[in-house]
Design a protein around this ligand. Structure first.
Ligand code: ATP
Length: 326
């Protein structure tokens, strides 16, 4: 990894041509060093035009995450937050879990331009790309123990719905336990990891991945229908700083509500946005068994209630994936 790759890309972010000579002069290195650093960018999935006599250019302008811009988007509550923006990380959750165990402050957020080994539940992968995805994690410390945090991941789903509404996207929905869908396709995923005692105190690392403007071939490579914000925004460039600031503000508000009333206080709002309420579904168990039934809502601890051939059954989030019946 060249140390210069990200600084050069930030210089190219305006979408204009920059000559190798001008870049070399700016960074006080040789043109070969610039060439090598940009060759590395291409291995990270960045499309780059290189034209003899004109230089290098990104196909379109790219907005990089920037700590001040994120804090500005958070608004009045910005003082609660410690925001770190890093160029590249394997996983923001793994990194923040490590920081948390070394005593990182309540309401620390780690965001990265490039997450190389994004995690989903049960060892699955979260796909993201430089300049096309928002990937971050937030540390929230609770007085209560981990055993009192059931429903937390559903509460974060409500926060994302509120944030997307704030950003002008009115028809996002939730899929139990916490995926965000638009037109039945996955726009965002949430992965929560916990630290601490069952009796308390505890800490949650809340990881969120949001698709901003993934290339078609990347969207198509995902093994379930996926969509990005640019798609629902008429192809317009999405500002990741504004998205991150808005999402963080709503997560903090929801978590305060959650601390006070648990998921019970957010349940009705969650249900209003559930894509599968009263719908026939399949529930996929890790051992390959499928259960069919009709969704009857969720309990006050986030457990999914499904009317099956054996009566009303309760499913907890840990191991199960929900799919439409067809
Ligand atoms: P499911 O989505 O099947 O109910 P899950 O909630 O366990 O399961 P997550 O752990 O949230 O899924 O996310 C991992 C899954 O999401 C991957 O297995 C893949 O199907 C899908 N996925 C991975 N990257 C993306 C992405 N960028 N956009 C949309 N979906 C993705």
């Amino acid at each position: 990894m060249s140390k210069l790759t990200f600084p050069i890309l930030q210089r190219l972010a305006d979408g204009q041509f920059h000559s190798g000579e001008a870049l070399a002069k700016h960074f006080k290195v040789t043109r070969a060093t610039i060439f090598n650093a940009l060759a590395h960018a291409q291995t990270l999935g960045v499309a780059l035009f290189s034209v003899r006599g004109r230089g290098y250019k990104l196909p379109q302008p790219m907005i990089f995450l920037n700590q001040d811009a994120v804090l500005q988007s958070i608004g009045e509550q910005r003082e609660w937050f410690h925001v770190l923006v890093l160029d590249e990380l394997p996983s923001t959750n793994t990194y923040l879990m490590q920081l948390a165990s070394k005593g990182a402050a309540h309401v620390t957020c780690v965001a990265t331009h490039l997450q190389t080994h994004g995690k989903g539940r049960r060892g699955r992968t979260w796909v993201s790309q430089l300049g096309a995805s928002l990937t971050f994690s937030l540390l929230w410390r609770f007085q209560c123990g981990a055993s009192a945090l059931s429903g937390l991941s559903l509460a974060i789903g409500v926060a994302l719905i509120r944030a997307f509404e704030d950003l002008g996207l009115q028809h996002a929905q939730l899929k139990w336990p916490n995926d965000v869908l638009v037109d039945g396709k996955k726009l965002a995923g949430i992965l929560i990891e916990l630290q601490g005692d069952m009796e308390g105190p505890s800490a949650a690392v809340i990881g969120v991945g949001i698709n901003l403007n993934l290339p078609k071939e990347v969207l198509n490579s995902i093994d379930q229908p996926a969509i990005d914000l640019a798609n629902v925004n008429n192809g317009q460039l999405v500002n990741p700083n504004m998205v991150l600031g808005t999402v963080l503000k709503h997560i903090a508000n929801c978590l305060q509500q959650f601390e006070q009333d648990g998921f019970a206080g957010l349940r009705d709002e969650w249900l209003r946005h559930h894509a599968y309420n009263q719908q026939a579904v399949r529930l996929l168990m890790p051992n390959g068994v499928e259960t069919h039934g009709v969704v009857q809502g969720v309990a006050e601890d986030g457990i999914l209630l499904v009317e099956t051939a054996f009566g009303l059954q309760r499913f907890s989030a840990g191991e199960i994936s929900l799919r439409g019946a067809s």
